[in-house]
Design a protein around this ligand. Structure first.
Ligand code: FE2
Ligand code: FE2
Length: 170
């Protein structure tokens, strides 16, 4: 780890090196989750066909920008904590549930996939918030704000799913 001036309090203090390393791993995971979500949402905002797809497309187009913003925030925080933002060779895809459906009119597949991605983010970010409690309030504050975005995304898509369920289509 690169030399840096230590402080006597917080995540950058000398005695917190092990915790900082552990936090960096959590932040790298978060970074990759956001990057993969950007990829998945781009594909799923372009592929869907049909009249009913339009609302989902527009919603995902807006989310892409937010998820990209999250990825950039995680990257910046990794650097601030003396980590290095990983290169693309380290990327491992995990969103099996957000692969293109067999039929591009299958909007329910996309909605359920988005809900699963957002749920995964919500779970990981809650873990980061708990880990940083009393340790790194800056990261915690940042991740709390991001968590709110993800909760909003999930709520929106749960609403879409409800409509399909009410019509017996999901
Ligand atoms: Fe995000
Ligand atoms: Fe999200």
């Amino acid at each position: 780890m690169a030399t840096h001036t230590t402080t006597t309090a917080g995540i950058l203090s000398e005695g917190k090196t092990a915790e900082r390393e552990e936090l960096l791993e959590l932040l790298k995971k978060a970074y990759w989750m956001e990057i993969e979500t950007v990829m998945s949402y781009i594909a799923n905002s372009v592929n869907p066909d049909g009249v009913r797809a339009q609302e989902i497309i527009e919603s995902l187009e807006q989310d892409i920008e937010e998820e990209l913003g999250h990825a950039k925030q995680f990257a910046a925080r990794i650097k601030e904590l003396y980590g290095v933002v990983p290169g693309s060779s380290d990327f491992q895809a995990e969103q099996t549930y957000l692969q293109p459906p067999e039929h591009q009119t299958d909007i329910v597949h996309v909605i359920k996939g988005v809900i699963e991605a957002e749920t995964g983010a919500i779970e990981h970010y809650n873990r980061v918030i708990e880990f940083t409690d009393g340790l790194d309030f800056v990261t915690q504050d940042m991740v709390i704000a991001i968590l709110r975005d993800e909760e909003g995304h999930r709520r929106l898509f749960e609403g879409y799913l409800r409509e399909y369920e009410a019509e017996g289509l999901a």
